[in-house]
Design a protein around this ligand. Structure first.
Ligand SMILES: Cc1cc2nc3c(=O)[nH]c(=O)nc-3n(C[C@H](O)[C@H](O)[C@H](O)COP(=O)(O)OP(=O)(O)OC[C@H]3O[C@@H](n4cnc5c(N)ncnc54)[C@H](O)[C@@H]3O)c2cc1C
Length: 392
């Protein structure tokens, strides 16, 4: 095993938030060797949450959501390169980026995730998705010319696009296969309250329905034809699919790095190769109870990057386990909705609930034990409960 002093070069693959924060964290810990940050977008790392909120609404521009300027990266000695094709060879400790080969002593995989596409719909007939700033620019431009939008998928991002589109004055239809919106993040009781929020703001919410057929506009001035499996058909100027994200691991095929719905990592975020760690939406890591998880939350990506930066230079056997937090937030109609912990199999007990405003503060409980804390609005009270939950 190599010692800290022998680490002369670190390659970070994935130029998003987790990749950038890992690079900055390494400098923060005093690492003075080479850092190469490889992206595949034409942009420097930017913040994704505003893409479905303030940026989509037109309140923020690209500069406002960009984390760091090129000059700042240069000052920190972080070499950023955008490459169309990247391949990892852990045996040789090399990364091939287009025509260049970068030798590394440690590597970090931070390639994030890509928007899932609707199975069976070819690319030329596929509706828009929202993952990148380019996706958001396209959607923003379409919304500016549209009267109506249909969103397929009522998870966090689908609900955020619905809320922003309503705030922009569009007719919004939100189609969700599950019995209620935001089911995975909030469970049926709290998801039902969030669904009511959308209905009261004028969104046509259709739950328990899937897509049967989707036909793109036949020509200029015409609209999409949407057919649902419960028999309803309608037209819509814009259609967006918000059906989740898949980890960006295809590029690792044949590399020998173990993959399975994410890059498989142990509890320290070390991959199947001891010199390679992973961070962010792409990483699937072990939990103390023997299960594993892949987080798709902003705060988790930041925490993972911080953890990798602090542990990467150590030999694999001396790395600390990652302390995972499952906190998430979403903002819809200006209302901050947050949660931490779990709701599955738990009883929801309300500390506060205002049905008119759809604001609440709730605990998910199993017997006397609090297993999750959730809120819409009530940010200060949520912060207090969250701290108490963390101390349990
Ligand atoms: C529209 C939207 C809204 C969101 N809102 C919220 C929210 O409100 N709250 C919340 O907690 N989270 C939210 N998230 C999730 C949050 O943004 C992610 O958890 C976070 O961006 C993960 O960071 P990451 O660096 O791991 O991945 P990413 O941000 O996906 O960055 C990965 C980067 O790696 C690049 N890459 C991929 N493959 C390669 C390759 N082979 N070679 C080189 N580069 C590659 C990608 O192009 C990308 O630039 C939202 C996400 C989206 C898309």
């Amino acid at each position: 095993m190599r010692s800290v002093h022998e680490v002369r070069a670190v390659a970070i693959i994935g130029g998003g938030m987790a990749g950038l924060r890992t690079a900055e964290g390494l400098r923060g810990h005093g690492y003075g060797g080479r850092i190469v940050l490889l992206g595949n977008e034409a942009h420097l790392a930017y913040d994704r949450p505003p893409l479905s909120k303030g940026f989509l609404k037109g309140e923020l521009d690209q500069e406002a959501i960009t984390f760091s300027r090129a000059s700042r990266l240069a000052e920190q000695g972080i070499e950023f390169t955008a490459a169309a094709s990247v391949a990892l060879d852990p045996a040789a400790r090399e990364v091939a980026a287009d025509d260049a080969v970068i030798c590394y002593d440690r590597a970090v995989i931070a390639t994030g995730a890509t928007a899932r596409r609707i199975p069976g719909i070819p690319d030329e007939r596929h509706p828009l998705v929202l993952r990148t700033v380019d996706d958001a620019l396209t959607l923003r431009e379409r919304l500016a010319r549209a009267d109506s939008i249909t969103i397929i998928g009522g998870g966090l991002i689908g609900c955020e696009i619905a809320a922003t589109s309503r705030l922009l004055g569009l007719d919004v239809t939100l189609v969700e296969a599950a019995p209620t919106l935001m089911l995975r993040s909030m469970g049926p009781v709290l998801g039902g309250i969030c669904e009511q929020l959308h209905r009261e703001r004028g969104v046509r919410v259709i739950t328990g329905a899937g897509l049967a057929d989707l036909l793109p506009p036949a020509g200029v001035g015409s609209a999409w034809s949407v057919s649902l499996d419960q028999g309803e058909s309608f037209t819509s100027d814009v259609v967006v699919a918000g059906i989740g994200a898949a980890p960006a691991t295809a590029w690792l095929e044949g590399s020998g790095i173990a993959v399975g719905d994410g890059v498989l990592c142990d509890a320290t975020l070390t991959t199947s190769d001891p010199d390679v760690m992973a961070a962010g939406d792409v990483a699937r890591f072990g939990l103390p109870d023997g299960t594993d998880v892949r987080a798709e939350q902003w705060l988790s990506a930041v925490d993972q990057a911080r953890h990798v930066a602090a542990n990467l230079l150590r030999p694999a056997g001396e790395r600390a386990p990652f302390a995972a937090s499952d906190y998430f937030w979403t903002s819809q109609y200006g209302l901050m909705i947050q949660g931490i912990g779990m709701h599955v199999g738990a009883e929801i007990r309300f500390e506060q609930f205002d049905p008119a405003a759809q604001t609440f503060l709730a605990r998910a409980a199993r017997g006397e034990e609090t297993v999750g804390v959730y809120a819409a609005g009530s940010a200060r009270e949520f912060a207090v409960m969250r701290r108490a939950f963390a101390r349990q």
